[in-house]
Write a protein of this length. Structure first.
Length: 498
C-alpha cells in the first residue's frame, strides 16, 4: 500500500522583544564600574565631535535657542574653518569600502592595549596571578600543573604563546626536570585556552580570534566572521574586503555586521587581565560614598570621578538648523552633510541621556539598599545585615532584577566602616528554629562569637558548634558550620588547640 506523505505548513504569530540601540547603550553604561565609564566617556568625546564637555555657565537644556543672524558662537574664523574641515573630512570617509580599524584598536569597546593596562581594576593581582588562580580551580595532576605553570610564565604580556611546543618540551626537561611530550603540553594548553579572557594562550593571532569567536553567542554574523578568520585570514589581514565579499557572496550590509563583530575582539587578550607583571599597583575606585551623621541619618553620593558634564555642541546644532532651513535648495553634498550632522547630534543626545539614566538607576538602587540595610550602615556591625536578595531591591524600585544585578556588578561603596562591593550587602535568608529569617552574615557573626568564647585547650568541633547554634535558636547542619568557618578563615578544632 502506497504511503501518503502529507506536508503541512503552520503559521505562528510570536512576539519578540528586541532592545533598541539606545537601550543597549544604557545597559552597557549601567554595568560599567566608574573607572571603565571614565574611559568610555573620554573615548566618546574624542569620537563624536557633536558631544562636548559642558561649561559651568551652560544649562541642561538640549535644545538650542533659535539662532539669530548676528549670533556670536564664541569662535573665531580659524576655529570655524577647522570645524568645517573636520566635517568635510568625515564626509569623505563615509562609505569607504576598505575602511577597517587597526588591529590594536580591537577589544571590548575598541580600547587599545595601553588603555586596558591603565584602567584601574578592583583587584591587585598580577597578570600571572589571575591565571594561576584559575588553574587552582582545575582538577589536574601535579605534572599537568607544572606544565601549565611553565606555559603561563612563557606567555607574552599580550597573552599569546610564541614558543613552539617542542621548545617548551625541551625547556621543561632541562630547567624543571619534567619529561613532557608535545601531546601532553598540547592537552594542557587546551585547558589554559578555556581560561578567561577568551583568546588567552593562543599561538597566533588567527587562533586568538577563533578562540574568542567560539565563546560568542552563535549568530549569523559570528558564524560569518568565523569563516572570514578561518578561510580568508590572509585577505582579512591585508584588508582585501572586496575579495572576501566576492568569495563569500556577501552584501555590503553583511560586511558591516562582520566588521562590528571584529571590533568586539581583542588581539591582545592579556591586556584585558588588567595588570601585567610590569604594571603598577591598581586600586578600587568606589562608585558610592556613604556617610552617617551623629543622629544616625545615612546619606550617600554617587562618585562622578573625572566624568565631565556633557553637552551637545551648539556649533553642530546651529549648522544643522541652517542646513534644514535651506533644505529645498540643497545639493547632494549638502544633504550628505545634513545627514552626517543629524547622526552625530542624535548620537550625542542619546549618549547624554544614557549617562543620565545610569545616574538615576544607580541613585534609586543605592537609596533602596540603604533603606533595607539602614541599621547596618548606622552601626557597621555585619550581624545587622538583614536577609536581602536582588528581588527585594527590584520590587521596591520597580526595576527589573537584571538591572539591579548590573548595578551591583563590579561596583563598590565607601562606607565609614570600609570599602565594600555592593554584593556584600546582599545575603540569602536562613530559617531559624523559631520560623524567623536571619542573614548568613548574622550566622557567621554568631559562629565566630561561639569560637572566640570556647575553651582554647578543648576547642569545639563543628558538630559541637552546630549543637550550640541550635541551642541559641539557629539550627544549621554541621557541614554548613564547616563551610561558614572556612569562609571566615578559622581553622578546624585540632588546629585551634593551644
Amino acid at each position: 500500500m502506497a504511503q501518503e506523505i502529507i506536508q503541512t505548513q503552520e503559521q505562528k504569530l510570536a512576539q519578540q522583544q528586541r532592545l533598541s540601540q539606545q537601550q543597549m547603550l544604557q545597559v552597557k553604561l549601567l554595568e560599567m564600574p566608574l573607572a571603565e565609564l571614565e574611559q568610555k566617556v573620554r573615548m566618546e568625546l574624542d569620537d563624536n565631535p557633536a558631544l562636548e564637555s559642558k561649561t559651568p555657565e551652560q544649562n541642561d537644556n538640549f535644545e538650542p535657542e533659535a539662532p539669530a543672524d548676528d549670533k556670536d558662537d564664541g569662535m573665531n574664523e580659524y576655529e570655524r574653518e577647522e570645524r568645517q574641515d573636520e566635517i568635510n573630512a568625515a564626509l569623505e570617509r563615509l562609505g569607504s569600502d576598505d575602511e577597517m580599524p587597526e588591529m590594536g584598536g580591537y577589544g571590548r569597546g575598541g580600547r587599545t592595549e595601553q588603555e586596558y593596562e591603565q584602567m584601574p581594576q578592583a583587584d591587585q593581582n598580577t597578570f600571572y596571578d589571575t591565571l594561576k588562580e584559575q588553574m587552582d580551580m582545575l582538577d589536574i595532576t601535579e605534572k599537568q600543573k607544572q606544565i601549565m605553570l611553565y606555559i603561563i610564565y612563557s606567555l607574552e604580556s599580550s597573552g599569546l604563546l610564541r614558543k613552539a611546543l617542542d621548545d617548551i618540551s625541551d625547556e621543561l626537561a632541562i630547567y624543571q626536570n619534567v619529561d613532557a611530550s608535545e601531546q601532553e603540553i598540547e592537552e594542557v594548553l587546551k585547558m589554559l585556552q578555556d581560561f578567561d579572557p577568551a583568546g588567552i594562550g593562543a599561538r597566533s593571532l588567527q587562533e586568538c580570534l577563533l578562540l574568542q569567536l567560539d565563546r560568542m553567542q552563535p549568530t549569523e554574523w559570528t558564524r560569518l566572521t568565523r569563516r572570514v578568520v578561518d578561510e580568508y585570514f590572509d585577505d582579512f589581514i591585508n584588508r582585501r574586503w572586496d575579495r572576501i565579499v566576492r568569495q563569500l557572496n556577501c552584501t555590503e550590509d553583511d560586511k558591516q555586521h562582520v566588521m562590528e563583530v571584529f571590533r568586539k575582539l581583542n588581539p591582545k587578550p592579556g591586556s584585558a587581565l588588567g595588570e601585567s607583571a610590569s604594571s603598577s599597583t591598581q586600586q578600587v575606585m568606589p562608585d558610592f560614598t556613604i556617610d552617617v551623621d551623629e543622629e544616625g541619618n545615612v546619606s550617600f553620593s554617587i562618585n562622578q570621578g573625572e566624568i565631565p558634564e556633557l553637552n551637545v555642541s551648539s556649533y553642530y546644532l546651529d549648522m544643522m538648523d541652517e542646513y534644514q532651513r535651506n533644505r529645498d535648495n540643497m545639493n547632494r553634498k549638502q544633504r550628505e552633510a545634513l545627514l552626517y550632522l543629524r547622526e552625530k547630534v542624535e548620537r550625542a543626545r542619546g549618549y547624554i541621556e544614557a549617562v543620565r539614566q545610569r545616574h538615576r538607576t544607580l541613585y534609586v538602587t543605592m537609596k533602596t539598599i540603604i533603606e533595607l540595610q539602614h541599621k547596618y550602615f548606622v552601626e557597621g556591625d555585619e550581624s545587622e545585615l538583614r536577609p536581602m536578595v536582588l528581588k527585594d531591591v527590584a520590587e521596591r524600585t520597580g526595576l527589573d532584577i537584571s538591572t539591579i544585578s548590573r548595578v551591583c556588578n563590579a561596583k563598590y561603596a565607601q562606607t565609614p566602616w570600609g570599602i565594600f562591593p555592593l554584593r556584600h550587602f546582599f545575603s540569602e535568608g536562613v530559617q531559624t528554629g523559631e520560623g524567623e529569617e536571619t542573614s548568613i552574615h548574622q550566622l557567621k557573626a554568631i559562629l565566630k562569637e561561639i569560637i572566640d568564647g570556647e575553651d582554647k585547650h578543648h576547642p569545639l568541633s563543628d558538630d559541637a558548634i552546630s549543637k550550640e547554634m541550635e541551642r541559641r535558636g539557629f539550627g544549621i547542619a554541621r557541614r554548613t558550620v564547616t563551610k561558614y568557618r572556612e569562609h571566615l578563615g578559622i581553622p578546624k578544632a585540632s588546629l585551634r588547640k593551644e
